[in-house]
Design a protein. Sequence first.
Length: 405
Amino acid sequence: MRKQLLVAGGGIGGLAAALGASHAGWQVRLYERATAFSEVGAGVQLGPHGVRCLQDWGLEQPLQAVVSLPDRLQVRSALTGRELAALPLGRTAAERYGAAYATIHRADLHDLLLTALTRCTGARLQLGQAVEDFTDADGAVTLRTNQGEAWQGDALIGADGLWSRTRARLLGAAPPHVTGHLAYRALVPQSALPDTLRTGHVSVWLGPRLHAVQYPVRRGELQNLVLIVQGPAPQDLENWDHAANAAGLEQALQGCCRALQDLVHSVSAAGGPGWRLWPLCDRPPVRSADEMARGLVGLLGDAAHPMPPYLAQGAGMALEDAHALQRALGMHALDVPQRLRRYALSRWQRNARVQARSIRNGRIFHATGPLRRGRDLALRLLGERLLDMPWLYRGDAAPAGGQTP
């Protein structure tokens, strides 16, 4: 009889976990709190390591239909607008790392995974049910949902995000740490922008106590804008998506160059939904494999290792987690706790490194005074050598197909 995996959470991490487990020969039952699958309007950067995970699941063709492939990454001063450094992407990244550097609308990535899961597997998707509690006993895990239902399986993966109930139950974890940074996000049709504000590459603008990122998504039809500033978070953190006050953002950008201010003003001029606000939270880097799996229960994505977006790796690490989980679940000579242990051992150190680098980048991106001047000088002198990250983009090139060790 095929083993059954229970998955808490239907976001990108949960869908990827379900897809990987299905490819490893497991039956999957996934529980999603919302009554319909949806993703908010925001962009995602996928390095070659994340793209390779999708290719391994046979998703290269549908991915190509929705992504943008930026030709370069440039870093600019938010104060002067001057380019500080650049890294070629496009064909250079594909030749160097075996896969493209892609940017994608979060909803498109979510839909791509959901379509693959529903068309190609027998996974059962339970909407309107959140995992509230579970027990791990007698060789099985039993979960209970907010609808009062109970289900039993051979393992449980908590992919239920930053405020994971699975994590709280497994680790007794404290709430996430409030970083004091606020992320303003907007998606704008490129056709609604002046030619001078349209883009085909990734731009990162660095300024005192703030930074901005812009890049194309959905075949270049839309531009994703993210501005992160320092400030107090709203009180209701768990309801984390708030309508933003554009006036507050414009005030934070006083003193920045005209090009960046014009870009921000263009969001209101283009119409549409405008800015959304996310107060950013994180957790300390993972300290051991025990923080990613215990017994018959494992954690994946933001439930295991939430990180600030200063390395753009939230989605990439969730895809890598799911890829590694598939490989571990396919180790049929091992019992299930050993398989989850293998998964955690293969992932915790890399996730911790990415978390730590993301936190460090936040300090560097928002630097003031002598540290800011030193950062800018280093970027001008070292350029591509600072921006390229072989240790990250090479990832784990091992195939995920389940193999007996």
